[in-house]
Each structure stands twice: as structure tokens, then as C-alpha cells.
Design a protein around this ligand. Structure first.
Ligand code: BT5
Length: 262
């Protein structure tokens, strides 16, 4: 298994569409921050930032993203899509599908997604997506799509995450080459990115979501809601039928699945 480097990544990506510039860092604060700094310097669409280690890797709402050095994929892609800002979650759809399809191309595993930004293997979290946007006026100036994927991690000794998190290696029973996964992921990202405005994207995403047709509890900023997750809309919003029959659309928040039958 070849270590990551700019040369190795560029060689592996040669011939694939999309990526125009590769930045590789042995250590970054957060690849999303590096990509945002590149965006402010007018870096081109589809600049890719990859790190082997992050000193302040993060999830949503300032939560920490844990990744042992050299074992994961930690990447951010800078894109400048022609999407209205309310559609930005479609980039998270693209990244989720790309990661799931890459896992399935490279391993015998089957991958699912949990609304809105988790990649799941066998009931545990194997990766997460952090999409951050910048606006000019009321249009998207750029978006940074950050993806963290647990490739060769053993969570057994990791008290906090052991019961919740898993990796490709753990589920596949053998180490997995990160470059191969990276290439497959970017290849599938390019394919779905070309469909960013298509209803096919929403449909494929909905198909992979473990969240749908489940009883869920939604923890949003200002409210908590329990009900049946019925559908997702084209903006990525989760349509939840609350117990009083009212329909709610949720665009941000944490969802836990309630496992009793409905
Ligand atoms: C996410 O946030 O799942 C988005 C994670 C995005 C990470 C990538 S790495 C490259 C790029 N650069 C960054 O700085 N970030 C992106 P959220 O849904 O908020 O989930 C965060 C929660 O997941 C944490 O509070 C932990 O409970 C859990 N967690 C942390 N590290 C994990 C890991 N390696 N695997 C599974 N779960 C983890």
C-alpha cells in the first residue's frame, strides 16, 4: 500500500475527470480550512486537499473529528457549483453517494447513509461529511465538501467511539488501500456532480438512507421532534410526520433512530 503524497495522488487520479489541483499535507489543521483559504485565493473549481493527519478536524457544530494519522481519508474538495444556496445539501448527497459507491467498488461491503451526513457500515459510522458554503450576495460563491472516511482504523481501544464507529478494515477484515478508495470516490463524485440538479441524485440518496420509513427523534437547534421519517425533498430536507399528524421539514439537526416498531 503506497503512502499518500501529492505525486501518488496525481498519478492515481490521472485520466479521471474533475480534480484540477491537488494539495497534499502530511498534517493540516482541517482540510476544510485549507480548502477555504484556497477558495479565497481564487483556486479553481475542483481543487482537492488531502491530509494524513488533522490537528483540528471537525464535524458539524464544532464537534471534533477523530482520525489517527495515516489511517483515514481526510479530504476536502473545493467546488463552485451553479446551485442556489438552499440546495447546498445536494453536495452532501453527492459526497455520501460517492463514498458509499467507492466502498462498494473496492470492498465486498454494502454501505448505507444516515441523514444528513453519515456514512454507515453494518450499523456503525464509518465516515462523515462536512459541507461548508460561502455566499456572494444571495448566490453560492463556493462550497467546500469535507469527507472523513475511516479506512484502516481499529476503534477497539477508543473508549468514546468504540461502540459507534467502525472502519472499512474492520468490516472487510483486511486493510484497504486508501489511494484506491480515494480514486473510486472522486470518480463517483464526478459522476454525481454532473447530476447535481437532477432528481436522480435525490432518488439515489433516498434509496441509501437508513433513516427513511423509520421512527426518528430529531434534535434541532430550538426543538425536538419525534415521528416517522417519510421522505426527503430535493433540498435534502427530511420530511417527518410528527405524532400529532403534522408534517415537518428538517434541514439541519441530529436524528436518532428509535428502534421500536411503528
Ligand atoms: C461529521 O460531523 O460527521 C462530519 C465529519 C467530517 C470530517 C471531515 S475530515 C476532512 C474534513 N476536514 C474537517 O475538519 N472535517 C472534514 P458530525 O455529524 O457532527 O459528527 C461528529 C461526531 O462523530 C463526533 O461528535 C463523534 O461523536 C463522532 N466521530 C468523531 N470522529 C469519528 C470517526 N472517526 N468515526 C466515526 N465517528 C466519529
Amino acid at each position: 500500500m503506497e503512502p499518500l503524497s501529492r505525486e501518488a495522488i496525481e498519478r492515481a487520479l490521472a485520466g479521471l475527470p474533475l480534480v484540477r489541483q491537488v494539495v497534499y499535507l502530511p498534517v493540516a489543521s482541517s482540510t476544510n480550512d485549507v480548502a477555504r483559504a484556497l477558495a479565497r485565493e481564487r483556486a479553481p473549481e475542483a481543487s482537492l486537499v488531502v491530509a494524513d493527519e488533522q490537528t483540528s478536524g471537525r464535524g458539524r457544530l464544532g464537534r471534533a473529528w477523530w482520525a489517527p494519522p495515516g489511517a483515514c481519508l481526510l479530504l476536502s474538495l473545493l467546488v463552485r457549483p451553479r446551485l442556489p444556496p438552499r440546495r447546498a445539501l445536494r453536495l452532501t448527497m453527492i459526497a455520501g453517494l460517492a463514498a458509499a459507491e467507492a466502498i462498494e467498488r473496492v470492498t465486498p461491503l454494502s454501505a448505507r447513509l444516515k441523514w444528513p451526513n453519515d456514512i454507515w457500515l453494518n450499523g456503525k459510522k464509518a465516515g462523515g461529511i462536512l459541507t461548508e458554503t460561502a455566499l456572494t450576495g444571495d448566490a453560492l460563491d463556493y462550497a467546500v465538501v469535507g469527507i472523513g472516511l475511516n479506512v484502516n482504523v481499529d476503534f477497539a481501544g477508543q473508549a468514546e467511539l468504540a461502540g459507534l464507529a467502525t472502519s472499512l478494515m474492520t468490516e472487510a477484515g483486511q486493510p484497504v488501500d486508501r489511494l484506491t478508495v480515494l480514486c473510486a470516490l472522486l470518480d463517483r463524485f464526478a459522476a454525481w456532480y454532473a447530476e447535481a440538479a437532477s432528481p436522480r441524485l435525490t432518488a439515489a440518496w433516498a434509496e441509501r438512507l437508513i433513516t427513511l420509513r423509520q421512527r426518528v427523534r430529531v434534535q434541532a437547534d430550538t426543538y425536538t421532534l419525534e415521528g416517522l421519517a417519510e421522505a426527503v425533498d430535493d433540498d435534502g430536507g427530511l420530511v417527518v410526520r410528527a405524532d400529532d399528524g403534522a408534517l415537518h421539514k428538517v434541514y439541519a439537526g441530529d436524528v436518532s433512530l428509535r428502534h421500536h416498531p411503528i
